[in-house]
Design a protein around this ligand. Structure first.
Ligand SMILES: Nc1ncnc2c1ncn2[C@@H]1O[C@H](COP(=O)(O)OP(=O)(O)OP(=O)(O)O)[C@@H](O)[C@H]1O
Ligand SMILES: CC(=O)C(=O)O
Length: 371
């Protein structure tokens, strides 16, 4: 089976024309990211995607630490600037810029720890810890936007696996849209998968003949420990190598992802489990109509070397300027690989036939000599 595409839906792709294009160009699954957008919007887009013939994936946010609503949606920070990160309901007047956070994070940090925001695009060093807030120093400049992810690779996070938001999506959205797949974020152990299954069963108690396939998103250091990963792969229907958070939840940050990807691909192949390679495959195409050479090489690795069952577009398809162009690049590489494979197989076949013929000829020569 050749690789298929998953596209995350959002403002850039939630319309019939784009979805039709996706369907015609190797997209099989439409992902609804439960971290963004309201239920009504997910319902609307789910209907459009189903009408376009796509399967649905509901991606549950799990215990991901995110910023809250930033006043005016955006705040600029400068290198060296001191900033407060505080639990959003616990705001205390101060004269520093303040980033609201959905969880209280002071208990997961120590002085000098690095806090990563927005997939690591912004880095801060912890300089002071107080109740419900930390003071940090910006290590680089940039804009901070509402709801971006916060990663603390040096802390042990013990936020409950299924959050209030996950329960709300399981109860309010799942029974209506009946997605073929439910993806679950920040899985650490097999018990998390059991808990998710129980929550889904409870929400579907009145619905017969439907149960979603479960996708475990691998993005935590604990999940890739040998004692956990084998049983997680066994218990779910598909694995997502969720490289965005994985890059920041494993140390040394950023550089371990390709090594872990290699290991997970091998494990999935040995355990005969389909897998998805996700995140930043064509990230630069959020704002540029063509990919970088490095991105095409990453795509080549996923499709040709790893033979991923699915490759996934996130922001590129949800909010990017070129969702159709991204899908076209992926589709074209998949098709090109098919042609190359047929070509190589034909060449191999011809070589084998040639070899057989030469061997036969040599044999008959030997026979003739003997006579
Ligand atoms: N439905 C949506 N509505 C608005 N913005 C969205 C939507 N989906 C995604 N986005 C934007 O695109 C970015 C990238 O999308 P992506 O699905 O990778 O989200 P994410 O925040 O990185 O979360 P996750 O870790 O679950 O992938 C998001 O950070 C968000 O700004
Ligand atoms: C897809 C996702 O959640 C990640 O890469 O972190």
């Amino acid at each position: 089976m050749s690789t298929k595409i998953i596209t995350t839906l959002g403002p850039a792709s939630g319309n019939p024309e784009v979805l039709k294009y996706f369907k015609e160009h190797s997209v099989e699954i439409a992902r609804l990211n439960g971290s963004h957008g309201i239920i009504e919007e997910h319902l609307r887009i789910a209907k459009l995607a189903t009408n376009a013939g796509l399967d649905l994936m509901l991606d549950l946010p799990g215990p991901k630490i995110r910023l809250g609503e930033i006043h005016d949606k955006l705040l600029a920070v400068k290198t060296g600037e001191k900033v407060i990160i505080e639990k959003e309901q616990e705001h205390k007047e101060n004269n520093l810029k303040t980033l609201p956070c959905q969880f209280s994070i002071e208990k997961y940090t120590k002085i000098n720890d690095i806090v990563y925001i927005d997939d690591g695009k912004l880095q801060f060093r912890v300089i002071k810890i107080e109740k419900n807030r930390i003071q940090v120093e910006a290590l680089n400049s940039g804009p901070v936007k509402s709801h971006k992810g916060v990663n603390l690779p040096y802390g042990t996070i013990d936020i409950d696996f299924l959050t209030e938001n996950d329960h709300r999506l399981i109860e309010k959205l799942l029974p209506i849209i009946k997605p073929k797949y439910v993806a679950t974020s920040f899985v650490k152990t097999i018990d998390d998968i059991y808990r998710l299954k129980t929550a889904i069963q409870n929400s579907l108690h009145n619905i017969k003949n439907y149960y979603p396939k479960i996708i475990a998103k691998i993005e935590m250091a604990e999940a890739i420990e040998p004692v956990n990963i084998t049983s997680i792969i066994n218990e779910c229907d598909m694995i997502m190598i969720a490289r965005g958070d994985l890059a920041l939840e494993t140390t040394p940050v950023h550089i371990r992802v390709p090594f872990i990807q290699n290991d997970l691909v091998q494990r999935c192949q040995i355990q005969n489990k389909p897998f998805i390679i996700a995140t930043q495959i064509l990230e630069s195409m959020i704002t540029c109509p063509v990919p970088t050479r490095a991105e095409v090489s990453d795509l080549y690795r996923a499709v040709v070397l790893d033979k991923a069952n699915y490759i996934m577009l996130s922001g590129e398809a949800a909010v990017g300027q070129y969702p159709k162009e991204c899908v076209t690049i992926m589709h074209d590489l998949i098709q090109y690989n098919k042609i190359q494979t047929v070509h190589t197989n034909k060449k191999l076949k011809t070589k084998t036939i040639e070899k057989k013929i030469t061997t036969k000829r040599n044999l008959s020569k030997i026979k003739r000599k003997r006579i």
